[in-house]
Design a protein around this ligand. Structure first.
Ligand code: ARG
Length: 708
């Protein structure tokens, strides 16, 4: 109660806005009045004095922000963790605060040099002392939190700040008596909001709107006092809206407003101007939940932008990093090596981040090299909860001290490990194929993927470099087509394999004659699609229409809607597409060319009940297996206007296979370019136009060859 609360303040004799280290200071340099500041500070001092004992630290010339004593350090009992300021502008305050604490007999802990932590500005005790909320993201480093847990013997809950305006935890978060919490949720990332919601029940949370938040209503001093024998819960702050006062009033709090506008110009208010020296604490403390790992990266880290990607991934995932070492290599072609320490507020966040880092090619080298963790499948076709989801990149797992290469690499699978006499075998399996008793890799330990090598090899060859952006605009289509034609030509001449997946739009847009040519001239080695492309193609061959529209005149034909069914019926009568070709019923079109030139095709399913063609596989699992078989060994996959088949095929294909995705819908193209710009080229255009340009280009190449 009142006599037990002690607060440290520092008079604003030298206060001013001298520099900009937070957004509130922008435009306010030397715009604050020392006189007004002194008056506002005095008023705050008087108000607080009625509820608490105030200690004062001597202000120092040249250190204008020293008034904000919340940033002196964090005090718990007779221990203090001294601040290490992020900005040099404030680092000079450290020795003065240190001296003051030492003179008062506190045990002073100092963090390692380059590890910023800004005291009670970024660390707020639960008012019952159950745990410490600690902020990071702008001024304090996540890695400082384990020190707090250790030195103060308290459980630390780390919260990530994401709005520059609320750069210190105490600008947007204020724990109150009785487990209440005043806070501004948008200042935190999703994970932190979830953590807050887990610890503070809904009826205790008092979320602020932006108007109160920017008035620094969270930057409040909450004191329980006993005045004239009456218990009072006071909250001292710069300003509160009527609505907020009412909400707080209903919960038994009295708001005492005292204007601090001069200090707002430096980005601080009531709470920043105070440091609570008497904090409650509860026994049975727990350790910090923060986790750290060290990852190892190797490859052309700078050229490929991989380092940036890795560091961004860590930060975006809610973690923080420290680059332990970075060896650049000496020559242009040398690879570089980096070791990065990754920290995350708890195990779940760490697992998420590590999963992504492994996909980027990082290897976890935490203290000891850990084996991959395995867990048994207990239900057929269902993996253990935490199973590692595979990517398209070559992967290895560490089993019994050996890195074992995963066979049958594909995306969206699980890794099953079996042991035989020669050692362990790791197999990439689809969920549905998992069997009871099979051991599946879980978590992220003991897994590594390789991607940098292929990425580099291709990016140094000139031909695709100008398509780096992945998705091309209309203007670039012709250039892209030129490159693809060149590639098709090369693959064909070297006996390689090109797979085409296509949707019915190819036929509607008049692309059929061009695709026919590609097949005839040996550029296509397998065709994948659904029931529809075949039906449309056959309808066009038999009746000159596609879904009843005359392909030459672009007009609906009388009774044309029946053409579709007639086409299906004709083929059904023949028994198969191949039979129809053989019997002379089907004499042109894409399917005809496939049969004639022994190009295998797979037609995967139909949701329409008007067919299907006898060749269409209605068992989708069987169809997927056939797709996978036809994709095997492909050098290039040309995906023509079918979202479903393009994405399906993309997922089945391991890294290293070039993909060209053509669709009028940029979303489809972008989806595929997730694989990285080197491996997937997106062309947003009409597929008929694309095919016609491609054939023209191939003709040109042939012409050039002929002249040589
Ligand atoms: N100008 C000071 C700074 O940017 C303001 C500090 C406010 N203190 C606080 N605990 N939020 O560091």
């Amino acid at each position: 109660m009142s006599d037990s609360v002690r607060i440290l303040m520092c008079a604003p004799h030298h206060y001013d806005v001298d520099y900009v280290i937070n957004p509130w200071m922008e435009g306010n340099i030397h715009r604050s009045s020392r006189e007004n500041a002194q008056a506002q500070w005095n008023k705050l001092y008087q108000v607080l004095k009625t509820y608490a004992t105030i200690d004062l630290v001597e202000p120092q010339p040249g250190w204008p922000d020293m008034v904000f004593t919340a940033n002196a350090g964090l005090v718990l009992g007779d221990t203090v963790v001294l601040s290490r300021f992020f900005h040099p502008e404030r680092q000079g305050e450290e020795p003065y605060f240190q001296q003051w604490f030492e003179e008062q007999g506190y045990t002073v802990h100092k963090l390692p040099k380059s590890l910023p932590f800004e005291g009670a500005g970024d660390a707020l005790l639960d008012r019952a002392g159950r745990w410490l909320w600690a902020g990071y993201g702008f001024r304090s480093e996540l890695d400082s939190h384990p020190y707090l847990a250790k030195w103060l013997d308290v459980e630390v809950l780390s919260l990530r700040l994401v709005d520059r305006r609320f750069y210190h935890l105490d600008t947007c978060f204020c724990p109150l008596t009785d487990g209440y919490l005043l806070y501004y949720p948008p200042a935190f990332d999703t994970y932190s909001n979830r953590l807050i919601e887990l610890r503070v029940p809904a009826e205790k949370r008092i979320p602020l709107d932006e108007v109160d938040a920017v008035n620094f209503s969270c930057n409040a001093v909450n004191i329980d006092s006993l005045r004239n024998g009456k218990a009072e819960r006071v909250i001292v702050m710069n300003k509160a809206s009527d609505g907020l006062k009412q909400i707080l009033g209903e919960r038994g709090f009295t708001v005492v407003e005292t204007p601090l506008t001069e200090f707002l110009k430096a980005g601080g208010a009531a709470k920043c101007l105070t440091l609570r020296m008497t904090e409650p604490r509860q026994e049975s403390p727990q350790a910090s939940r923060i986790q750290s790992r060290v990852i190892h990266l190797e490859g052309h880290l700078l050229d490929s932008g991989l380092v940036n990607q890795v560091l961004d991934t860590i930060v975006a995932g809610g973690g923080s990093f420290q680059v332990l070492n970075f060896n650049l290599g000496e020559q242009r072609l040398d690879t570089s090596v980096a070791e990065v320490k990754v920290s995350a507020p708890d195990a779940t966040v760490m697992a998420d981040i590590m999963g992504q880092l492994i996909d980027l090619g990082a290897i976890s080298v935490s203290e000891k090299v850990s084996e991959a963790s395995l867990e048994e499948v207990t239900q057929p076709g269902v993996a253990p909860d935490d199973f590692y989801v595979t990517t398209i990149y070559p992967t290895e797992v560490l089993v019994e001290g050996q890195w074992v290469k995963v066979q049958g690499q594909r995306m969206d699978g699980a890794i099953a490990v079996t042991r035989n006499l020669e050692g362990s075998v790791a197999l990439c399996k689809l969920l549905r194929d998992l069997q009871v008793g099979e051991a599946v890799v879980i978590g992220s330990e003991g897994i590594r993927t390789k991607r940098s090598a292929t990425t580099l090899k291709k990016s140094t060859t000139e031909e695709f470099s100008f398509m780096g952006a992945g998705v091309s605009s209309e203007r670039r289509v012709e250039l892209v087509v030129e490159q693809i034609a060149w590639d098709l030509r090369r693959i064909r001449d070297q006996g390689g394999k090109v797979v085409v997946s296509a949707g019915p739009v190819v036929i509607h847009t008049g692309g059929s004659e061009h695709l026919n040519r590609l097949i005839r001239e040996g550029y296509v080695h397998a065709l994948l699609g659904g029931n529809a492309i075949a039906v449309h193609d056959i309808e066009q061959s038999l009746m000159g229409t596609s879904l009843g529209v005359d392909m030459k005149r672009g007009l609906s034909v009388q009774g044309g809607h029946r053409h579709h069914l007639k086409a299906i019926n004709t083929i059904r009568r023949c028994g198969s597409i191949a039979n129809a070709v053989e019997q002379g019923v089907l004499c042109s079109g894409v399917m005809y060319e496939c049969v004639k030139h022994n190009v295998p095709f797979s037609l995967a399913g139909s949701i329409r009940d008007d067919g299907p063609l006898p060749d269409t596989k209605m068992d989708l699992i069987e169809a997927q297996a056939e797709y996978a078989r036809l994709i095997e060994g492909a050098d290039l996959i040309l995906m023509l206007s079918s979202m479903l088949h393009s994405i399906g095929v993309g997922n089945m294909t391991p890294a290293g296979v070039k993909m060209v995705c053509v669709d009028i819908n940029p979303a489809v193209v972008t989806k595929l370019s997730d694989r990285g710009s080197i491996e997937s080229i997106g062309v947003v255009t009409d597929v008929g136009l694309f095919l016609s340009l491609l054939v023209q280009q191939l003709n040109k190449l042939t012409g050039e060859y002929a002249q040589v």
